[in-house]
Design a protein around this ligand. Structure first.
Ligand code: C2O
Ligand code: CU
Length: 458
């Protein structure tokens, strides 16, 4: 309820939206609007096979990459808040597919899940159309055999711009790791013991689709204002961490939401599927500003991998923080009218692990029925000793407690890390009616059963 009221005030008149130039986002090929209607952004997307050089040896090209419009990550789709997005999608792959719009609270028929939409067959075209109710950084990917289709390269970004946000330089960083053989080919997609337990960990780190460890991405940073960096982790199984050097930086938005109070952490954890918008100001030292991916090592600290280096001109560093048009976050009620409980566990199936929610795999699941527009507590109990980036389709939630202790993890989110053996409490008002998948975003866990469905009544 509260959410819908907030959203109503956020909408901007079409006249204003249509006259605004769409921001250029560094690091992303943006699709052009094919429709002259100012209220509609129409883009055309085709998924097909291609090949890409990720190895440092030109002979070891990766074949059988699957890509949207031949690029990995797929092209950026962007619109202003209030505009309708129409995506005319053609499947030229040798496999059926769908597109899911991760984080968007749209109608369930457009959510791209096979429980609702028959997968799009090779050669077929399907038109997705929706009007996002929230601004922010989102991404899109298939929802059929996702552990294979996302890994092969089917992943793209979508930005819904706030018309009243400061017009600063924006950069997009899509971070991924792929698992390749020495000759550049994909390691087998067949799920074995290790991948069923831990998911598929890559051996090649990609930033915006390039092997950034061979040579970091680079650009010149703007000298006169802060920048907005939007980051998403699209890996199958690996939690990433990141920081920024030679700059003041803060987290200004998480998933969809601009934060009323940005915070300045030492580093950010990037669970799979989540998005973090950082505001970055060079520190004035004249040293290049780097985005570093941090990977935990065995000695309890991080190994640091700079994936982007921004050259700074001499006079940079004088900018101040911008004022972001953030709305106050809905406040949690003191008691909830509805409770949903989700228990995460695993069991052995021969040599493989299968993953369950409330004791059932996806094949065995019974949908959970909830009443829409009702303040609800979701209690997640992790029992297997593994971590799970938990994603709920079609709704936004806030984190209340971990193991009974209140936490300070601000923002309306669609994905949250559930730590090993943890009890996590989140709340939502289930504002968006329909049938919604909820699952672990470690794609092999999802494939091995860790998905269920929540049906939200009107
Ligand atoms: Cu990005 Cu069902 O997920
Ligand atoms: Cu999981």
């Amino acid at each position: 309820m509260l959410l819908s009221i907030l959203l109503a005030c956020k909408t901007t008149p079409e006249e204003t939206i249509a006259s605004l130039p769409v921001p250029e986002v560094w690091g992303a090929t943006a699709l052009e609007d094919q429709d002259s209607d100012p209220d509609v952004v129409e883009v055309h997307l085709t998924a097909s096979e291609t090949e890409i050089l990720w190895s440092d040896d030109a002979d070891d090209i990766t074949e059988e990459v699957w890509a949207y419009n031949d690029v990995v990550p797929g092209p950026l789709i962007q619109a202003w808040l209030g505009q309708t997005i129409r995506v005319v999608f053609t499947n030229d792959l040798p496999d059926e597919t769908t597109i899911h719009w991760h984080g968007l609270r749209i109608d369930d028929e457009m959510d791209g899940v096979p429980a609702i939409q028959d997968p799009i067959q090779p050669g077929e075209t399907f038109t997705y159309e929706f009007t996002p109710p929230d601004s922010g950084t989102f991404w899109y990917h298939p929802h059929v055999r996702t552990h294979e289709q996302i890994e092969r390269g089917l992943q793209g970004t979508l930005i819904v711009h706030e018309p009243d946000a400061p017009a600063v330089q924006e950069r997009m960083f899509v971070l991924d790791d792929v698992s390749l053989n020495g000759d550049g080919s994909f390691e087998s997609f067949e799920i074995g013991h290790m991948t069923s337990v831990h998911g598929r960990f890559g051996n090649t780190l990609l930033a915006n689709g390039v092997n950034a460890l061979n040579e970091p991405l680079s650009a010149e940073l703007s000298a006169d204002s802060s920048e907005r960096w939007r980051i998403v982790n699209t890996a199958n199984a690996r939690t990433l961490y990141a920081d920024v050097t030679n700059a003041s930086w803060r987290v200004s938005a998480v998933d969809g939401t601009l934060l009323p109070e940005a915070y300045e952490p030492d580093w950010v954890q990037l669970p799979i599927g989540r998005r973090f918008d950082l505001e970055v100001i060079p520190d004035g030292s004249g040293e290049p500003v780097a985005l570093r991916v941090l990977l935990p090592n065995t000695s309890g600290s991080f190994d640091e991998y700079p994936v982007f280096e921004g050259a700074v001109s001499a006079d940079a560093g004088g900018a101040g923080w911008q004022d972001w048009p953030a709305e106050a976050l809905p406040e949690a009620p003191s008691s909830f009218e509805q409770e949903v409980s989700l228990v995460f566990n695993n069991e052995a199936d021969g040599n493989l692990a299968v993953w369950t929610i409330n004791g059932d795999t996806w094949d065995e699941h019974e949908a959970i029925q909830v009443t829409g527009s009702t303040d609800s507590e979701i209690l997640i109990v992790e029992k297997s000793g593994a971590e799970h980036p938990f994603h709920l389709h079609g709704q936004l939630f806030q984190v209340l407690e971990r193991d009974g202790e209140p936490v300070d993890e601000p923002g309306l989110m669609d994905t949250v890390m559930v730590n090993p053996d943890e009890k996590l409490t989140i709340w939502t008002d289930f504002s968006n009616p329909g049938r919604w998948m909820t699952h672990c975003h470690i794609l092999e866990h999802a494939e091995q059963g860790m998905m269920t469905e929540i049906v939200v009544s009107e």
